[in-house]
Design a binder for this molecule. Structure first.
Ligand code: G3P
Length: 218
C-alpha cells in the first residue's frame, strides 16, 4: 500500500519524506488555507515547492466547479510538474473533466467520494485515483472502511485500474485496516504514520537491551 501524506505543511512533508516511506502528497483547499497559502501565484509556487521535496505524486485540487474552469485550472496545475495529479470534485462537471484529463494522459484524483456509485463513475471516467473519505463517514456514524471494501470488490470485478486512495484517514488503525482490506493508497496526517512505530513492548525491550549493555560495559 502506498503512503501519501495529507497536508500542505512543508516541514511535515519533509519529515515524512526523510522517514523513507512516503509515496506522495495530497492537499486540498482547506489544507492550503491552514498553511496561510493564498492567491493563485502563491498556491502554484507552493505546489512547486512540494514537488521539489518529494519524488511521488502530488494531488493539487481545482477550485473551479464548471467543466471549462476545471480544464483551464487543471491544465495549468499539470503544467507545473509531471508529479502533479489534478484533484477534481465528484460532480457532473468533475466526471466530465476527469474523462477529458484521462484522454489527455493527465493524472487525476476524484475527491469527495462517499458511495460505491460515485467510485464506479470515477473509474469509468478513467480516474487515476479515487478518494473515498473514510474519517468523514465515521464522523456521521457510518462505516468508512466498509466503503473501501465495497469499492475494492467492484473494481476487482471489472479489473478497473483506478487506484483506491483511502482519504480522510485519521489514525493508525485506519491505516492498518485499509491495508487489510486492500486499499491501494492511504493518505493521512504525519501523526497517523508515526503512530505505526509505537508499541510498548518495543520501548520496554529496547530499554532492557540498553540497560543490559550498560551493565556489561561499565
Ligand atoms: O484531503 C482529503 C481528506 O483526506 C480530508 O480529510 O480529515 O479533513 O476529513 P479530513
Amino acid at each position: 500500500m502506498k503512503f501519501f501524506i495529507d497536508t500542505a505543511n512543508l516541514a511535515e512533508i519533509k519529515e515524512a519524506q526523510d522517514l523513507g516511506v512516503l509515496d506522495g502528497v495530497t492537499t486540498n483547499p482547506s489544507l492550503m488555507a491552514k498553511e496561510g497559502i493564498t492567491g493563485a501565484e502563491n498556491i502554484l509556487n507552493h505546489y512547486k515547492a512540494i514537488c521539489e521535496l518529494v519524488t511521488g505524486d502530488v494531488s493539487a485540487e481545482v477550485i473551479a466547479t464548471d467543466f471549462e474552469g476545471m480544464v483551464k485550472e487543471g491544465e495549468a496545475l499539470a503544467a507545473l510538474n509531471p508529479q502533479i495529479v489534478v484533484k477534481i470534485p465528484m460532480t457532473k462537471d468533475g466526471v466530465k473533466a476527469c474523462k477529458y484529463f484521462s484522454e489527455k494522459g493527465i493524472k487525476t484524483n476524484v475527491t469527495l467520494v462517499f458511495s460505491v456509485g460515485q467510485a464506479l463513475l470515477a473509474a469509468k471516467a478513467g480516474a487515476t485515483y479515487v478518494s473515498p473519505f473514510i474519517g468523514r463517514l465515521d464522523d456521521i456514524s457510518t462505516d468508512g472502511l466498509n466503503l473501501i471494501e465495497e469499492i475494492r470488490l467492484v473494481y476487482d470485478n471489472y479489473l478497473f485500474e483506478t487506484q483506491i486512495l483511502a482519504a480522510s484517514v485519521r489514525n493508525t488503525m485506519h491505516i492498518v485496516n485499509c491495508a487489510k482490506i486492500g486499499a491501494d493508497v492511504m493518505t493521512g496526517p504525519l501523526s497517523s504514520m508515526l503512530g505505526l512505530l509505537k508499541h510498548p513492548l518495543t520501548d520496554s525491550g529496547l530499554a532492557q537491551f540498553l540497560a543490559d549493555y550498560a551493565k556489561g560495559n561499565q
